[in-house]
Design a protein around this ligand. Structure first.
Ligand code: GLU
Length: 414
């Protein structure tokens, strides 16, 4: 990956702290991860050979509570990427007011190229390797790109086997049957929908018939698409890694999802035209939801983006240069740390339910999520107004301020 997500995260951080009057020591400490673990571990493959995998778990900051953040399986995982994602988790949790610090994990691998049993062995061994950091009180992983309920179940089981009893609160994003939460599977996409609707209101764009484009039709993009369609918007294009489909009169996204589940890709879907991911990002639309990976919109293509609102379902889909160009174009950007915070918010609900062994209904979860995101959205815009900055900078300023305040109150040990 040409762009370095960590350099981007630090650039955002440095700009945000310039608006705050923080002690330089506090700034220096917030700029670096608190602890980083690299693990190299063997897995016996199906053909009898032994392969060494490399994984990471990074804790960025613990001032507000135990660390929280997903585990990514992807061939492009690097320590710098995990550092960036861990730092963004700190700000994300702080923006929506969760009692967590930020963490992230990753394993360099292509999960699609592994046999099921190899994937399970790799996950269980990685979980064992990072169990020196992981606990319900200390660090609670969750799913991210390339991982899901199945991997979270293996992690919960592995950790529990070592302790001798079930400890569901050690990881979130689990299947319902073993202490998962209603609403978690859709939560990130639901949050993207909720914040996009708030942005439409602010821009005075009617929701009915608003044209929405979604990049990435997976765990985040698919629910974001069908939930936004259900509210009255028109989803004119969606894509997966191989490319997109476009229909100016609107896609039936639940049908598209069924097709994708059955065929493994969007290719061949009949009620639409094919287009590339690059073309999709440049479509004329009201809302663009990049829900795939980092660095999708850069200085190279930002000038051609025609969306009025960008709802960042992915972490870091815009580079800082793209951000500047789009802000100058007057695009309303809902920053990732607010826009996709629905996932970690319902993870928090899952953790609380597991700790209490008392479970809530789906309506209650969705309503609490909506309240938290709408409140945080308004708070971010208030900070933006106060400092005369765009929502991303406002969200960063607000989050950094909260974490710095906690650090100051706690004091420096010893
Ligand atoms: N991986 C997700 C994120 O980037 C969710 C993290 C969590 O639920 O802890 O926000």
């Amino acid at each position: 990956m040409a762009e370095n997500a960590y350099a981007n995260a630090l650039q955002q951080f440095d700009t945000a702290v310039s608006y705050l009057n923080l002690k330089s020591g506090i700034v220096e400490y917030l700029r670096v991860p608190k602890r980083e673990l690299t693990v190299n571990f063997p897995v016996e493959m199906q053909d009898g050979s032994v392969r060494i995998f490399t994984g990471y778990r990074v804790h960025h900051n613990t001032a507000l509570g135990p660390t929280k953040g997903g585990i990514r399986y992807h061939p492009d995982v690097t320590l710098d990427e995990v550092r960036a994602l861990a730092m963004w988790m700190t700000w994300k949790c702080a923006v929506v007011g969760l009692p967590y610090g930020g963490a992230k994990g990753g394993v360099i691998c292509d999960p699609k190229a592994l046999a099921l049993r190899e994937l399970e062995k790799m996950t269980r061994r990685y979980a064992t390797e990072i169990s020196v950091l992981m606990s319900p009180q200390g660090d609670i992983p969750a799913s991210d790109v390339g991982t899901g309920e199945r991997e979270m179940a293996w992690i919960m089981d592995t950790y529990s086997m070592h302790r001798g009893y079930s400890i569901p609160a050690v990881v979130t994003g689990k299947p319902l049957a073993i202490g998962g939460s209603f609403g978690r599977a859709e939560a990130t996409g639901r949050g993207v929908m909720i914040t996009a609707l708030e942005a439409l209101k602010r821009k005075n764009i009617p929701l009915e018939g608003a044209r929405v484009v979604v990049q990435g039709f997976g765990k985040v993009g698919a629910p974001a698409a069908y939930l936004t369609e259900e509210r009255g918007a028109k989803i004119i294009a969606v894509s997966d890694v191989k490319g997109g489909i476009y229909n100016a009169s609107g896609l039936k996204t639940r049908e598209v999802l069924q097709y994708m589940t059955a065929h493994g890709s969007l290719a061949g879907y009949r009620e639409a035209e094919r287009l590339t991911n690059a073309e999709l990002l440049e479509l004329d639309c009201d809302v663009l939801m990049p829900c795939a990976m980092e660095n999708q919109i850069t200085a190279a293509n930002a000038g051609r983006v025609r969306a009025k609102i960008i709802a960042e379902g992915a972490n870091g889909p815009l580079t800082p240069e793209a951000d500047d160009i789009l802000n100058d174009q007057g695009v309303f950007i809902i920053p990732d740390i607010l826009c996709n915070a629905g996932g970690v918010t319902v993870s928090y609900f899952e953790w609380v339910q597991d700790l209490q062994s008392f479970f809530w209904g789906e309506d209650e979860i969705n309503e609490r999520l909506r309240q938290i995101l709408v409140r945080s959205f308004n708070q971010v815009l208030r900070v933006g107004h106060e400092h005369q900055v765009a929502p991303r900078m406002a969200a960063q300023i607000y989050a950094i301020q909260r974490v710095a305040e906690a650090m100051m109150i706690r004091g420096i040990y010893p």
